[in-house]
Design a protein. Structure first.
Length: 116
């Protein structure tokens, strides 16, 4: 058997980093001494960008490196946001006055008959 004919075993390492679901990642972190880490807490921190994570489609996943950083307590710093003092306010645009149709005096008229 060669190449594609060989069966793939679960223990083989193909150079890919193992990924974990939030439930499994929380279980691993609890075993490392973070007793208050639940799946919900881990997801919430990921959504708030307080811990490192990866998105696979719309699903949150964690790698070993992510779990190591969380366990070591390193702060996760998302992309820096400009301070409010650094941002100059945008100049206001002059809004032209809206034109109105000339006022018409309403004259009541009877309907025309349908056969006219």
């Amino acid at each position: 058997m060669t190449g594609a004919d060989e069966p793939i075993e679960a223990d083989q390492n193909h150079g890919l980093a193992p990924i974990f679901t939030p439930a499994r990642a929380a279980e691993i972190l609890r075993s490392l001494g973070l007793g208050d880490m639940t799946e919900c807490a881990l997801k919430t921190r990921a959504y708030r960008k307080q811990v490192p994570y990866h998105l696979n489609g719309n699903r949150i996943t964690f790698t070993l490196a992510d779990l190591r950083e969380i366990a070591e307590g390193r702060a996760f710093h998302p992309k820096p946001v400009k301070e409010a003092d650094d941002i100059a306010p945008a100049p206001l645009k002059a809004v032209p006055p809206q034109r109105r149709a000339p006022a018409r005096t309403h004259v009541w008229r009877a309907r025309r008959p349908p056969n006219a």
